[in-house]
Design a protein around this ligand. Structure first.
Ligand code: AMP
Length: 121
C-alpha cells in the first residue's frame, strides 16, 4: 500500500487539526464536517478497508473505539450521544482507503442514514 492522504497527515506532510495521538492511533477533525463535531480516528497501521484487517488487528480496531469514547468524554459530548461509523468499500461511501472511524456529534442525527431515493432502489 503506497499510502493515502491520511499517511501524509500522520507524517505531518499536510496539515490537520489533530485532537489525539498515541503510539498506534491518530485522531483529527474531518475537513468536510457533517456535524458540529466530526472526528476521524485512524490506526497508524495502513489498513485499506475493514476487509483487509488481519486477526492481529482486532485489538487495534477496538482501540479506535476506546479513543472515541475517551475523546467524547474529554470534549463533552459523551452524555448527549454521538455516532461512530466506519465505511467499507465504495457502495458504503468509503473514499479514503485507510480505515477510519468517523465520530459525529453536536446535533440530532437521523436514523436510518439512507435517503428516500436509496430506499426505492
Ligand atoms: P470516507 O468517505 O468514509 O472514506 O471518509 C473520508 C473522510 O475523510 C471524509 O469525510 C473527508 O471529508 C475526510 N477527509 C478527506 N481529506 C481530508 C483531510 N485532508 N483532512 C481531514 N479530513 C479529510
Amino acid at each position: 500500500m503506497s499510502g493515502t492522504i491520511f499517511t501524509k497527515i500522520m507524517n505531518r506532510e499536510i496539515p490537520a487539526d489533530i485532537v489525539h495521538e498515541d503510539d498506534v492511533s491518530l485522531a483529527f477533525r474531518d475537513i468536510n464536517p457533517q456535524a458540529p463535531v466530526h472526528l476521524l480516528i485512524i490506526p497508524k497501521k495502513e489498513i485499506a478497508t475493514i476487509n483487509d484487517m488481519e486477526e492481529g488487528d482486532r485489538e487495534l480496531v477496538g482501540h479506535l473505539y476506546w479513543v472515541a469514547a475517551k475523546l467524547a468524554k474529554e470534549m463533552g459530548f459523551a452524555d448527549e450521544g454521538y455516532r461512530t461509523v466506519m465505511n467499507c468499500g465504495e457502495s458504503a461511501g468509503q473514499s479514503v482507503f485507510h480505515i477510519h472511524l468517523h465520530v459525529l456529534a453536536g446535533k440530532p442525527l437521523g436514523w436510518p442514514p439512507y435517503t428516500d431515493k436509496m430506499k426505492q432502489a
